[in-house]
Write a protein of this length. Structure first.
Length: 246
């Protein structure tokens, strides 16, 4: 199926739910997002919800996708959000930022839509010596840590990507990011999960590890320094409370 097909997105959701090991990974990711939501009024918007089930964990989340999908609340492009100003307490996403071809527009929109003290929470691919070996040789998406730009040609909502974009923004070009978006504070960048996603077979029909092994593999992972071995990172950004007119 076409990578950008809405039908494929629903197939991915079915695969995630049907693989206990992989579903346990998503359960863990969603708990990380849920536990980091700011305690304030306002809505929570998820971007790229079509292949996920975050609403099982955060029932009142507004789910969205860039194309029609029967399991989401809103059709929304992250670069042009149909959301009122200062109405959100959080924007959350899983494996989405590195698919946005113009992240500058997204962050501009996020600053507009968030309430002061609100957060952008994401789980994204990360750049380490180990992850580069995997992503550049065993994954279909482009992974270009040396890219000079924050953007990339847009071939489609899912086929277009640079998996290294989050690392570029929040590590390599961190000073530039902070100068470009002084309204946002990078609160946390936490690399993690060196092996489990890889062993799960990812969002494919392969099932490399039985679900009952999840906790054992997690304990094994704790023996490795995630700064050198992590394949993903949890990132938290906060809109400053003293932010002026936007």
């Amino acid at each position: 199926m076409d990578l950008d097909s809405p039908e494929l997105t629903l197939v991915r959701l079915q695969i995630i739910r049907s693989k206990p090991f992989l579903k346990a990974i998503y359960d863990e990711w969603y708990e990380m997002l849920n536990n980091s939501l700011p305690g304030m009024e306002g809505h929570v918007l998820e971007l790229g919800s079509g292949a996920g089930f975050l609403k099982d964990v955060i029932p009142n989340v507004i789910t969205s996708e860039v194309f029609f999908s029967p399991n989401v609340d809103l059709i929304a492009d992250g670069c042009r959000l149909p959301i009122p100003e200062s109405s959100l307490r959080a924007i959350v996403m899983t494996d989405v930022l590195h698919h946005i071809p113009a992240v500058e527009l997204f962050f501009h929109e996020a600053v507009r839509c968030l309430r002061p003290g609100g957060r952008i929470l994401m789980i994204e691919p990360w750049v380490t010596s180990w992850s580069k070996l995997i992503y550049q040789n065993l994954h279909h998406e482009p992974f270009l840590p040396d890219s000079k730009d924050w953007g990339f040609p847009s071939s489609g909502p899912l086929s277009g990507a640079n998996g290294a974009i989050p690392w570029i923004l929040f590590v390599r070009d961190r000073k530039k990011f902070e100068q470009t978006y002084p309204q946002l504070t990078i609160e946390s960048v936490h690399p993690f999960m060196p092996f489990r996603y890889l062993l799960s077979g990812g969002v494919s029909t392969r099932n490399l590890i039985p679900g009952m092994s999840a906790q054992w593999i997690k304990k094994f992972e704790s023996l490795f320094d995630a700064n050198h071995w992590g394949m993903f990172a949890f990132v938290s950004l906060r809109l400053n409370k003293d932010v002026g007119p936007r």
